[in-house]
Design a protein around this ligand. Structure first.
Ligand code: SF4
Length: 464
């Protein structure tokens, strides 16, 4: 094989490679991985895949030699789902396979789960993702006390050939009343600017051009490194990276999101005016009780600044039914969501989590009442989402083709370039002026109509 970069394999060499690959696939051990929870967990799962390159990743647990479940453990519903997946994987696994459980659920309940879950062979938490190969080889469970934070690992990006999640930090210094995450993920621990920039630069070399920067609290990025405006510094550095075409930041925190940061995002030619800031509530009494660090007036000032920016996209999240939330506070929130145009809203029913401040609060809201309130606000949120999607009709926008759509082979599935994959919705492509549409490529399209909760578009030209 010569070493010039654009060498083309001839048929015989291709055949040998494919045979070798088939041989490798036949001989190599088979791995099935389930990544539950948030995009931060997904990044850790990708680190594990990077460490297990000798395995062939399969999409059938029944044939896997090793099954890994990267669990989520932050609220009741997520914990239930993690346990359900553990039991269902155990039910499907083949004889002599290894069942490995990792992540937040095991980190949070390591003693109990190791005692109770006899179905599981190996346990690890959130401290050893980069040691998963050793854990499997030695068949020893492991719980390193510090939370793992990737630095230079060669992870396997999943789900896209153009987009990657970039983790900025682990842990959190906030003290939200309802949240157990700081208990098992620890204090804020940021990557260095160099480490983040290096990873983005290396991923751009591999063809990725669209990035979502994530953490528990992104607007506090770098504060543990003595940087008050760490995220602003990072934005400035990332903007200089050649080949990066699209970027957004998720998980801004109200009390650490300055007007200067919002303005930096608005002025950026690279970062979309995409603002993801979970505010959790809007009543001053509840925001204080939840220890969110910013009141109603400040939050509305931030949201208005964000909304007034060009092509702005606002995503937020609310917790419904926190202790001491009276009908008045709930109605205040409901009216606010009716009036303020959010593009996407995530709703969480309050989950009573031990070792949180809210757990010891009095005047807990009755479960049925919480369900009733969630249903009420869900109706309003559905109208908001539709309004946001309808506002795209007739526009010319940029999309990225992601593959076959969830509606089947008659449509290609895509996302708006500024959207985060998976969570902001799917766009259906059924007509194109461009002959061949390629997965991972970006195109300009005309938005024709809204079908259910999906936009239908016609491709007009190739962008990149
Ligand atoms: S910002 Fe609040 S909700 Fe988010 S991880 Fe930190 S403590 Fe939990």
């Amino acid at each position: 094989m010569s070493n010039n970069l654009n060498y083309k394999l001839d048929e015989e060499e291709l055949r040998i490679l494919e045979t070798n690959h088939e041989e490798f696939k036949k001989e190599s051990k088979k791995l099935y991985l389930v990544s539950l929870g948030c995009s931060k967990n997904l990044v850790d799962s990708e680190v594990m895949l990077g460490k297990l390159k000798d395995y062939t990743v399969v999409n059938e647990p029944k044939i896997a030699d090793v099954i890994i479940i990267n669990t989520c453990g932050f609220i009741g519903a997520a914990k239930e789902e993690s346990l359900e997946v553990i039991f269902s994987m155990h039910g499907m696994r083949k004889k002599d396979s290894l069942l490995v459980v990792a992540g937040c659920l095991t980190q949070r309940y390591k003693e109990e789960l190791q005692l109770e879950l006899k179905e599981v062979d190996l346990f690890t938490g959130t401290g050893d993702y980069d040691k998963i190969d050793e854990i499997i080889k030695t068949k020893k469970s492991r719980f390193t006390p510090t939370t793992y934070l990737l630095n230079d690992e060669n992870r396997v990006i999943t789900g896209s050939s153009s987009h990657a999640f970039l983790k900025l930090s682990e842990g959190c210094n906030q003290n939200c009343s309802f949240c157990a995450i700081p208990n098992f993920k620890g204090k804020l621990h940021s990557r260095t600017l160099e480490s983040v920039v290096k990873e983005v630069t290396n991923l751009v070399k591999k063809g990725f051009y669209d990035f979502s920067f994530i953490s528990q609290d992104s607007s506090s990025y770098g504060r543990d490194l003595g940087k008050k405006d760490g995220l602003i510094e990072l934005i400035k550095l990332v903007e200089k990276i050649e080949g990066i075409k699209s970027a957004r930041i998720l998980y801004l925190y109200p009390s650490t999101t300055s007007n200067k940061l919002i303005k930096t995002i608005i002025d950026s030619k690279l970062f979309h005016n995409y603002f993801d800031m979970p505010i959790q509530h809007i009543s001053d009494k509840m925001l204080k009780l939840m220890k969110r660090g910013a009141g109603k007036q400040r939050v509305i000032e931030q949201l208005t600044m964000m909304r007034n920016s060009k092509d702005s996209f606002l995503r937020t999240g609310f917790i419904i039914g926190h202790p001491q939330e009276s009908e008045n506070e709930f109605n205040e929130l409901l009216e606010f969501v009716k009036e303020f145009d959010f593009d996407r809203v995530s709703l969480f029913a309050y989950s009573d989590e031990e070792e949180t401040l809210a757990y010891n609060m009095c005047e807990k809201v009755d479960e049925n009442e919480i369900t009733k309130r969630v249903e009420l606000i869900e109706e309003v949120v559905k109208i908001q989402h539709r309004k946001s999607l309808n506002s795209e009709i007739g526009k010319t926008i940029q999309i990225v083709i992601e593959g076959e759509s969830s509606e089947g082979e008659f449509f290609m599935g895509a996302k708006k370039l500024s959207w985060t994959p998976e969570i902001d919705g799917e766009i259906l492509v059924n007509e194109s002026d461009v002959k061949v549409l390629e997965v991972g490529k970006s195109y300009e399209v005309k938005v024709k109509e809204l079908v259910g909760d999906k936009l239908l578009v016609t491709v007009t030209k190739t962008l990149f």
